[in-house]
Design a binder for this molecule. Structure first.
Ligand SMILES: Cc1cc2nc3c(=O)[nH]c(=O)nc-3n(C[C@H](O)[C@H](O)[C@H](O)COP(=O)(O)OP(=O)(O)OC[C@H]3O[C@@H](n4cnc5c(N)ncnc54)[C@H](O)[C@@H]3O)c2cc1C
Length: 376
């Protein structure tokens, strides 16, 4: 009988193991190695957290999220790493990345959880509870006083993602908020097919989606649009229109004032982009002074290009899963299910999803540190 069985050896699961090292703990993971998402995150350098973190950076219930982030914030996380020899460095947009590789963090988490028994290449199938929990995998059955479900969401199934957290939660009567891919690129409809020709071009834009605004790089991709600004917008987009300002640093008037230059020269945008854009609105590349009123009107779309994406690139490309286990049924003071004693849920499986910039790992670690076992 284990004190704790932890389902999922990712960021949140390993942090719980670290918090309770010394206890009799089993960690089960489908993968052959631990922390595979940390390994591939942030281009291999893991964007672990952000200099500015608050509940507004998350989709979910702010009243639930705030005290959990506050109790273990980015400074706590950074000092946890620092005393263990890892000092992430600040890069653009206040993001903290490992100096050389994500292995810096994985090594620490492995060391911190070294006293736990690790069962890799093994998948949890279901859990039941009588006096204690019975955790059934594809190989054996474990018995535990406490279970921590830290098996993440549905993104990147090729490195172990599965719906087991939702299945377990549902089997115990929990409500699941509809899940969908997020922090993901958009596919486009026919009217925006001109964007697909621009694959490889990147430019700074402002995107407005609902009451959220993001000003970052947009990357035109083979299948549609991507890049940080699109990934962030995808978190808040459901259906319907979003708006792009392709000239976030100035007005159209400012660039075209008294200009006898061709539009493709006068506007501070990649030439390939402006040519494709002009073609899509049926305006010739000519000097601004020669534009008709109707053409100027059409050109003003550069400042407020409204369109509805067709969809997104799906779970195979999404960094996270939006939605998940409803936090109304989780006790935010200890991450225990309000329906089943000694059953805990942490990390991405919950209905808490962060923006791009280290917010999701911060949530994984903050929620893990919030676990407070009553029976051990
Ligand atoms: C490509 C990519 C890049 C990312 N980059 C960043 C970044 O730079 N910064 C950031 O903040 N966030 C990033 N994220 C998001 C971040 O990785 C996740 O939000 C975070 O890992 C969630 O932590 P977790 O502990 O909840 O789940 P995970 O880290 O996903 O861990 C869950 C574990 O559970 C295991 N598991 C699943 N099902 C089962 C089962 N049935 N039985 C046993 N084990 C199971 C999985 O194999 C996995 O190891 C990125 C995600 C991706 C896909």
């Amino acid at each position: 009988m284990y004190d704790i069985v932890i389902i999922g050896a990712g960021a949140s699961g390993l942090m719980v193991a670290s918090k309770y090292k010394g206890k009799n703990i089993a960690i089960i993971d489908t993968n052959l190695k631990v922390a595979q998402k940390i390994k591939i995150s942030g281009g291999g350098k893991c964007n672990i957290t952000n200099a500015k973190v608050n509940e507004q950076n998350y989709l979910g219930n702010p009243t639930f999220i705030k005290p959990i982030l506050n109790a273990y914030d980015q400074n706590e996380l950074l000092s946890f790493l620092k005393v263990r020899g890892c000092e992430p460095i600040l890069r653009k947009d206040n993001q903290y990345f490992c100096k050389s590789s994500a292995d810096e963090i994985i090594t620490i988490l492995k060391k911190e959880s070294a006293t736990c028994r690790l069962f890799l290449n093994q998948s949890v199938l279901k859990i039941s509870k009588k006096e204690h929990f019975l955790i059934q995998t594809n190989r054996e059955t474990f018995e535990a006083k406490n279970v921590v479900v830290s098996s993440g969401g549905l993104s990147y199934p090729k490195i172990g993602a599965s719906p087991i957290a939702y299945d377990i939660a549902k089997s115990f009567g929990h409500t699941i908020k509809t899940t969908s891919p997020a922090l993901v690129g958009f596919t486009v409809q026919k009217d925006q097919f001109w964007m697909k020709e621009l694959s490889g071009i990147s430019l700074k834009v402002k995107i407005s989606v609902g009451n959220k605004r993001f000003c970052q790089d947009l990357l035109f991709a083979h299948k549609g649009i991507s890049g940080p600004v699109v990934l962030n917008a995808s978190l808040y987009w459901h259906k319907g229109l979003l708006e792009i300002d392709f000239l976030p640093d100035g007005s159209l008037k400012k660039y075209l004032k008294n200009s006898n230059k061709l539009l493709s020269t006068a506007l501070p945008l990649p030439k390939r982009f402006i040519k494709a854009f002009l073609e899509s609105i049926a305006v010739d590349d000519k000097p601004a002074s020669k534009l008709s009123e109707e053409e100027t009107q059409k050109l003003s779309k550069l400042k407020n290009y409204a369109f509805a994406p067709a969809g997104n690139f799906g779970y195979s490309k999404a960094e996270v899963t939006r939605g998940g286990i409803c936090t109304d049924e989780i006790d935010g003071t200890n991450m225990m299910s309000s329906l089943v004693k000694d059953l805990f849920f942490v990390g991405e499986c919950l209905d808490v999803t962060g923006e791009l910039g280290g917010y999701n790992f911060q949530w994984a670690f903050s929620s893990a540190m919030r676990v407070n076992l009553s029976a051990c």
